[in-house]
Design a protein around this ligand. Structure first.
Ligand code: NAD
Length: 352
């Protein structure tokens, strides 16, 4: 039965293809901007510099200081660089960390953003910004955070190492998973997420054997777009909350934490949502969505145990405590004991 829904519309212009990086200068010009500050991590600075060169007179230089969890001190340096270069927009070239820096600059300066994503994390289509100040990460949503243009260039993902390819894809699948049962889901996010599951199921086994396969890379980046769009249009629940706790309070790495948690958070909610996760179950070919995701992670060489990410048994009680502290909407009620049990399974790496 089709449920009643409200669809707010898609606000971001998307350019998708091979070699589309060459279109960034015209995308900057389309907005009437004349000076773009190109953002990247230190690791991707050479690529950012090449893009700044291609922008020519439209370049306001490169700021290559983006780092995980968007620390406000880095944002302040970047905003100073933006102002002193006389920039009027940003181009964020990289993964979620670089996109996060672009969003942080945009909220402070009103800059338009062109994002060129090079991982599957999926920050580019969302109105969400996570920032860290004084060691604490806070997240907020606002329409002004959402990037104006996203240029997906499949060729830029050919260099993504196999490990990050798989964990980043599982990070993306987590957005779709929670999107399938989100109270504000609608047919657009459901259709995009369903299609994304099929595309990831096709692409990931190929990429593990041949990370440079252009067709599989295109499928995976297309899937990441669908998952990111879902994340950007619905409310997330237990999985994202728990990943936030483990990243923010225990310093666990972002993509790996999503990868390890996903089968267990899926299992926690799957029985409570009566078939809503069947698109995942069907795409990955196991009796439950949770088992399908665990086997996918295992067969692609992703980490499956929180123990391997540096968490200790002693941390599990505190993590469960924090995660259960503030009530939030989730299909199955959040209890401290329920979360502690989930975390133990994720710690041990059992198949749910
Ligand atoms: P990342 O951006 O930190 O990238 C990880 C590393 O991979 C970096 O060193 C980067 O330079 C490198 N890299 C990126 N693309 C590459 C490529 N194609 N080839 C080789 N190396 C490459 O990691 P991430 O997982 O993309 O993003 C994680 C961050 O994004 C977290 O801080 C998370 O909170 C945030 N995030 C935010 C949202 C949102 O909607 N606000 C959504 C998802 C993720």
């Amino acid at each position: 039965m089709t449920r009643p829904f409200t669809f707010p519309g898609l606000a971001t212009r998307v350019v998708f293809g091979h070699g589309t990086l060459a279109q960034v200068p015209e995308e900057v010009a389309r907005f009437g901007h004349s000076r773009a500050l190109v953002l990247s991590t230190p690791q991707q600075e050479p690529q950012a510099q090449a893009l700044a060169d291609a922008l020519g007179a439209r370049s306001a230089g490169v700021f290559a200081g983006a780092t995980m969890h968007t620390p406000v001190e880095v944002t302040e340096q970047a905003v100073a660089a933006y102002a002193s270069a006389g920039a009027d927009c940003v181009v964020s070239l990289g993964g979620g960390s670089t996109t996060g820096l672009g969003k942080a600059i945009a909220t402070r300066t009103g800059a338009d953003q062109v994002v060129v994503p090079t991982t599957y994390a999926g920050s580019e289509m969302t109105d969400i910004l996570g920032e860290t100040a004084g060691g604490e990460k806070t997240t907020r949503r606002d329409a002004s955070i959402r990037p104006e243009v996203v240029v997906y260039d499949v060729d830029l993902t050919l260099t993504l190492p196999v490990g990050l390819t798989v964990t980043s894809a599982l990070n993306a699948i987590a957005h779709a998973m929670e999107g399938f049962y989100a109270p504000d889901r609608h047919p657009i996010t459901e259709a995009l997420s369903r299609d994304a599951m099929t595309a990831f199921a096709r692409a990931l086994p190929v990429l593990v054997g041949n990370p440079q396969d252009p067709t599989a890379r295109a499928d995976a980046l297309y899937a990441a777009w669908g998952c990111s769009t879902t994340l950007g249009h619905v409310t997330m629940a237990l999985h994202h909350k728990l990943a936030h706790v483990l990243g923010g309070s225990f310093g666990l790495p972002h993509a790996e934490t999503h990868a390890v948690l996903l089968p267990h958070t899926t299992a926690y909610n799957e029985a409570a949502v009566e078939g809503l996760l069947n698109p995942i179950r069907d795409a990955f070919g196991h009796p439950t969505a949770a088992a399908g995701l665990w086997h996918l992670a295992k067969s692609c060489g992703a980490p499956t145990r929180l123990a391997d990410l540096g968490l200790t048994v002693a941390d599990l009680d505190r993590a469960a405590e924090i995660a259960a502290r503030n009530p939030y909407a989730n299909p199955r009620p959040i209890t401290r004991d329920g979360i502690r049990h989930l975390l133990q399974h994720a710690f041990d790496g059992d198949c749910p």
